[in-house]
Structure formats: C-alpha cells, structure tokens
Design a protein around this ligand. Structure first.
Ligand SMILES: Nc1nc2c(ncn2[C@@H]2O[C@H](COP(=O)(O)OP(=O)(O)OP(=O)(O)O)[C@@H](O)[C@H]2O)c(=O)[nH]1
Length: 314
C-alpha cells in the first residue's frame, strides 16, 4: 500500500481505532457524530441510549480514525448490564486510544470515578481526557474543571496523554481533538475505503433509528425496555427502475403489555408517528424510498433472559 502524503511535512499516515467512554449523558454520541460529520449513533437527552458499538470513520489527508462508540459502563444489575460491561472492556482492549468524556457543566462525581478507576487498569492504551460541553460554562469554571480532571488522573494514576476541552454543539476544538486522537494511532495505511462512514450493518443502524423514534416522548415511561430488530429488508418487486421501494419489516420488543399500549398509542396514533419519523431518517440514511412496517411485540423480561438477549443481538 502506498504511503499517502498530507498534513505536516513528512508526517506519516496513521490509522486506527478510538472509543469514547464516560457515564451516561456526557456527550459521547454527539461528539462522535460531530467528529464524523454524519449521524451514525443516536443521541438523546436521556442516559443509556447507545447499546451497540457503532463505528464512524473520520477520513483525513494525514490519517484515518475509526470511532467505536460503546455503551456506558455501569454497576451491573441485570444480565444485560453484565453483557454491556463485558462489551465495553473488550472494546477498550482492542482500540488504539480511549477518550473519556467529562462534561464541563457538571462536577466530577462517583459515576465518573467508577469508570475512571476501571480505565486506570487499562495501562496499555493511551487515554485522553475530554472536557465536553465547554460552550455551557465560563472560562474560569472550565479552568477549574480541567484542573479537577488532571487531579483525578494523578489520584488514580491515569497518565492522561492529553486533556482537551471541546464543544460538539459549536464545533469548538473538535478538529483539534481529531488531531490529538490521530497522533495516538499507529502509522499504517487506511483501513477503510474513502467515503465509508460506518461499517455497521444497515440493519443495526435502521434498528437504532426506529428505537430512537419509539423512545421519543416516552423515555420516562420506557427507560430501557425497548429493543428493536429488523426482521426483513428487501426491494419491492415489480417496481420501475427509477422508482424503487425498499420494504423493511421491523419488530419493536417491549417487556410488558402496558408498555405495548404506550408505544402503540390511542388507536395506533403514536406508532404511526414513530413510523413516519423513523422512515424519514431511514430514507435519508439509505437514500432510497422506504416502506416501513412496524410491529410491537411483548417479550417478557427480555433484559434478564440470556436466550432473548441473544436473539435481540446483545
Ligand atoms: N450544550 C451542549 N450540549 C451537548 C454537547 N454535547 C452533547 N450535548 C447534549 O448532552 C446530551 C447528552 O448527549 P449524548 O451525546 O447523547 O451523550 P452520551 O454520553 O452519548 O449519552 P449515552 O448515550 O446515554 O451514554 C444531549 O442532550 C446533547 O444534546 C455540547 O457540546 N454542548
């Protein structure tokens, strides 16, 4: 593979994997979307929406950064919780850099410490501290926050490779963060072809988009009880070549009958809305008209049942 030129004089092309960690709501998904420049992971105002490792690829002249978005690390209470934590640790061991997010508008708390303490054990991977949401605070508060992050590193013996403030909302320092992450990547050729923004199977992205729409407005009632599976996806037959239509059949799983009625709504009104919203996002993602068929099913206590978890892709 030929070496690609670009960036500063003599700079070697670098490529590798990075992931973002941090407790829920610290801005990981938003930041990753901002780095990649396209919506690949879902964001929400509620914690724990990211369940799958979703990758986005940042292409630059001087390198390629593959972002792996992991679920949050939690004190495990259910089997799902344990599986998610295992997934996080596996990811940490495989990447070339880990960026931990500390939102500037909140003080470092027990949730951050729990994750940082775990991170302290991963000494083989460079760790970068990111002060997210810097747009929400004053300069003096930001300075105080950065000092607290540095102190935490000293206390837990995490040797932060960098401590960098960013705002995903305004884009401030997002480019710098890309550079700092890239600097941690090994020298090597691009791992993904140019233009490929995500290597997630389309089904997974579609399921995430449906889940996001299904949670809209009912997150309080249905915090973590929705799982979405794409059952079937195929081009409609007998369509003129210039007017294709993609049929997508999707199951939305909830844990109880009461949750089913919430998702469906009065006379199915809510589900229709969910379908319309999700369909628009999916069409934008795939660039083709879509017929979306949604079914709501009750899968009792899916979070605690290993077989059901497996079937739902966890
Ligand atoms: N003002 C401001 N808000 C932000 C910024 N980044 C994220 N947010 C908001 O913070 C909230 C949480 O962001 P997410 O990206 O979903 O956080 P997350 O860490 O991925 O959350 P989980 O998926 O639950 O782990 C959302 O309401 C975002 O809009 C930022 O740079 N500035």
């Amino acid at each position: 593979m030929t070496q690609l030129d670009g960036g500063p004089e003599g700079a070697e092309y670098r490529s590798g994997f990075a992931c973002f960690v941090g407790r829920p709501n610290t801005g990981k998904s938003t930041l990753m979307n901002s780095l990649v420049g396209q919506k690949v992971a879902i964001t929400s105002t509620r914690p724990q929406t990211t369940r799958h490792a979703i990758r986005g690829v940042v292409h630059r002249d001087d390198g390629q950064l593959i972002l792996v978005d992991t679920p949050g690390l939690h004190r495990p209470r259910t089997l799902l919780g344990q599986r998610l934590n295992d997934l996080v640790r596996t990811t940490w061991a495989e990447v070339d850099a880990i960026a931990m997010c500390f939102p500037a508008d909140e003080r470092i708390g027990p949730g951050d410490r729990y994750i940082a303490a775990e991170l302290a054990r991963i000494t083989s991977t460079p760790r970068i501290a990111v002060a997210t949401k810097m747009d929400l605070v004053s300069d003096s508060r930001l300075a105080e926050h950065l000092a607290a992050v540095a102190d935490l590193g000293v206390e837990l013996e995490i040797d932060w490779a960098e401590i960098v403030p960013v705002s995903a909302t305004t884009g401030t320092q997002v480019g710098l963060l890309t550079e700092l992450l890239l600097a941690q990547m090994p020298a090597g050729p691009p791992l993904y072809p140019e233009g490929e923004l995500t290597d997630e199977p389309e089904e997974k992205l579609i399921a995430e988009l449906v889940r996001e729409s299904a949670l809209e407005g009912v997150r309080d009632e249905l915090p973590h009880s929705i799982a979405v599976v794409v059952e079937e996806m195929q081009p409609r037959e007998d369509r003129p070549e210039n007017r294709p239509l993609l049929d997508i059949y999707v199951n939305i799983f909830v844990e109880r009958d009461s949750q089913k009625s919430i998702v469906i709504g009065r006379k199915g009104a809510r589900l229709r809305e969910v379908g319309t919203t999700a369909r628009k996002h999916i069409e934008r993602l795939l660039g083709t008209p879509v017929y979306l068929d949604l079914h709501v099913k009750v899968s009792k206590d899916w979070q605690r049942d290993p077989k059901k978890l497996g079937r739902l892709g966890f």
